[in-house]
Design a protein around this ligand. Structure first.
Ligand code: CA
Length: 235
């Protein structure tokens, strides 16, 4: 294993600790002490994953994430966030961060998240290699989603979704008529192996509903009280 991890963290003690732990796991590590330095190291290429502190002097972690995602949807980005509020995490996730870890974090948990991110990346690469040109549309009633081209339509209307919203809707569609609980959704769409933080699922269901169901005669995404959600094309 010789994946390169870019660590963007202005607190030197944490940065050093991360470097030692990551190198002992066999990763190559690049350290950046500011958003500007992170952007420049990232620009040199060869970075396989980014650990990104949100609170940075100069360019913030969120701004750096925005810049990276404007051209690169591929490289996993894990946020290190000192704040506990769902909104901060959600805004990071909405901008295309793959995961986040709240400080203070357990190093073992962080390492597990990194392994998960690499595993999901490998799976996504394989899936896109396997996908046939003109993949099948997933359908429910007048809603259609193309996993390959990432187009979504309801009736004649084109629906614009963020990366994560798309993945969530695709998962619901692949399992239409099945009631899915929040832990399942979190595991499949966000790649978490454990329970907790399921309120992120509720937030995203709300976003997707707004775009997919609002203003249409029939709602497709339903809440199943005490359990989770289901996408239904039958009354
Ligand atoms: Ca910081």
């Amino acid at each position: 294993m010789d994946e390169t991890i870019l660590v963007v963290e202005d607190e030197r003690k944490i940065a050093r600790l991360l470097q030692i732990e990551l190198e002992s796991e066999g990763y190559r590590v690049l350290l950046a002490g500011s958003g500007t330095e992170g952007w420049s190291l990232y620009g040199n290429g060869g970075v396989d994953l980014i650990l990104l502190d949100v609170m940075l002097p100069g360019i913030s972690g969120i701004e750096l994430l925005r810049r990276i995602r404007s051209t690169d949807q591929h490289t996993p980005v894990l946020l290190l966030t000192a704040k506990g509020s769902v909104e901060d995490k959600v805004s990071g996730l909405d901008l295309g961060a793959n995961d986040y870890v709240t400080k203070p974090f357990e190093i073992e948990e962080l390492l597990a998240r990194i392994r998960t991110a690499f595993r999901l990346l490998a799976r996504a690469d394989k899936a896109s290699n396997d996908a046939d040109i003109g993949a099948e549309w997933l359908e429910a009633a007048d809603l259609r989603l193309n996993p390959l081209t990432r187009e979504v339509r309801r009736g004649n209307r084109v629906i614009e979704l963020t990366h994560r919203e798309f993945d969530l809707l695709a998962y619901l569609l692949r399992n239409k008529r099945l009631v899915l609980n929040r832990d399942q959704i979190l595991a499949e769409v966000w790649g978490y192996d454990y329970a907790g933080q399921t309120n992120v699922v509720d937030v995203y269901i709300r976003y997707v509903r707004k775009k997919v169901d609002e203003g249409f005669d029939r709602e497709l995404i339903h809440t199943v009280r005490g359990i989770g959600y289901v996408l239904k094309d039958l009354p």
